[in-house]
Design a protein around this ligand. Sequence first.
Ligand code: TXA
Ligand code: MG
Length: 320
Amino acid sequence: MPRKLTARIFRGTPRNLSFLARCLRAGDIVGVPTETVYGLAADALNPRACQKIFTAKGRPTTDPLIVHIAALDELDAIAVTNAAALRLAQKFWPGPLTMVLPAREIVPDLVRSGLPTVALRCSAHPVMAAVIESLGRPVAAPSANRFGRISPVMAAHVVEELGARIPLVLDGGPCWHGLESTIVAVGGSELVLLRPGPVTREALQSVAPVVPGSLDSGISAPGMLASHYAPRTPLRLLAQGGEAPPDAAESGLLFFGPDGPAGFACTESLPCGAEDAAPLFFAALRRLDASGVRCIYAGALPESGLGLAIMDRLRRAAHG
Ligand code: TXA
Ligand code: MG
């Protein structure tokens, strides 16, 4: 039997914002827009509310949440900062950068999965900023998808993912980056890149040396499971050379640029520039997933700038 989708999509009007803040204050969870992907929000200081996030997503409580604040001056109350963290915040906040720092006591254990650190982000989306301000407290928000699935970049995607489990989604239009935030662990002298994203490795390097994080290193990146961001349909990377595979006629193709191989049952052509492709990427993957093809083949991009983040998501999707 199909799941009953009951979540309603609300526009981000002042009245709706104050209604949403009341829901959060009462311990409910709601869908909210950010500039990267839509989030599933709860009052970050209310463990019972945050538990609902894990339950709705089907996410293990060993996978900690990102805490969102509305302004840089709220950072100090949540985490212990250092010089590199302050430089990063000044340069990239508000924006698509998440920093992992030693947590203050105030952050509930559940939110950080018992770790001594907390992931912190200050979103540039005006609706998300207004949500945090109306609540007057930090907001915990992972991406608003079922655990391990494709991140939502439109309010309607949140309803597809969680519509039977949450009361409402605040609509902020399509997410303009379309990829989850960059995550760095900020140590004394270097930055450990735990998840590539819209703030590129090259941009981070202008602040401090960047070393790659191991995606399966357990405690340093607990949620970075190899099979994340996966469509339900099996996904494979197109062989180098780019010719069509034998099962093309019953498969879908996600390709960057105009000259993809022919013969696929359906094709999503994205721009060959990673910056232009990123905002369209997850929606294209979602359409291919819904098209009924037996397999999705994906082309490749050069792994610089945002290309690194897109290839990271494709490799994880291919792993499942
Ligand atoms: O763009 C984004 O970051 C979106 C929007 C909604 O803000 N959020 C998001 O959250 O992508 P989520 O939960 O889907 O991904 C956050 C990742 C998870 O893999 C989690 O394991 C990791 O951050 N994380 C959270 N706290 C951490 C910590 N203390 N140390 C290491 N990794 C952490
Ligand atoms: Mg996620």
